[in-house]
Ligand binder design. Structure first.
Ligand code: B12
Length: 167
């Protein structure tokens, strides 16, 4: 299944390439097939979340799906319970990404997160807003902004996060 590209959203590769430094060095690659998935704290949109879960499972991933309205601390606790996870995927659709993800660096540090945190969804209705919000999220500890689940699969499978981090 290939999700439709959403033109309002991010051109994910540009964002992957732009995130070269900072909080994300030392990310390890593993052979695990566990992925943590959820929707941001204030966000009740669940359709994409269920589609992404199904797509990941079809590719052989074990999905720890925390569902809608998940606080960052619950993502961290899930990582603590599943430290073999290869990625944490956070969906954000309702326009509150900056508020919901403002404590991401704290969460990554508190729970010693050592896998990429990938954000997908609708960061803003205009391309300009999406770009600004996306850049802020990257500065605040998001490792990659990717909106197409097929690109997420490539990113995880090919270890592109390692390349992104080394610039
Ligand atoms: C259905 C819907 C709702 C339903 C949700 C029901 C439910 N429980 O799921 C209800 C009515 C509850 C709702 C409420 C609200 N909504 Co609403 N909603 C939509 C709507 C019409 C469709 C969303 C949907 O399911 N699409 C189908 C899925 C498959 O597509 P998708 O969500 O676009 O996701 C795709 C990509 O974004 C990507 N993706 C999504 N998540 C992730 C995660 C990862 C990790 C990855 C890799 C990719 C990814 O993959 C998907 C496939 O390509 C959209 C408008 C639209 N046409 O998109 C607005 C929309 C998302 N809602 C919007 C808003 C503003 C709200 C409210 C704030 C409205 C209000 N004032 O109350 C509330 C927020 C409630 C909350 N607490 O979150 C705005 C968001 C604007 C923004 N981002 O700036 C939108 C875009 C409408 C608009 N044009 O203004 N909404």
């Amino acid at each position: 299944m290939k999700f439709q590209e959403n033109s309002e959203l991010l051109q994910s590769n540009a964002f992957i390439d732009s995130s070269g430094t900072g909080s994300n060095s030392g990310i390890k690659k593993t052979c695990s097939k566990t992925v943590i998935l959820g929707v941001a704290e204030s966000d009740a949109h669940v359709v994409a979340n269920k589609l992404i879960e199904a797509r990941l499972e079809a590719s052989g991933y074990e999905v720890v799906n925390l569902g809608a309205c998940t606080p960052l601390s619950e993502f961290g606790q899930a990582y603590e319970n599943h430290p073999e996870s290869v990625a944490i995927l956070i969906g954000t659709l309702n326009g509150h990404a900056l508020q919901d993800l403002s404590d991401l660096l704290w969460m990554k540090q508190k729970f010693a997160v050592n896998c990429p945190v990938i954000v997908g969804g609708k960061l803003g209705l205009s391309p300009g807003k999406a770009q600004r919000v996306g850049q802020t999220l990257l500065n605040r500890g998001v490792d990659a902004l990717i909106n197409d689940i097929e690109d997420v699969l490539s990113y995880i499978q090919q270890g592109q996060y390692g390349l992104a981090k080394t610039g």
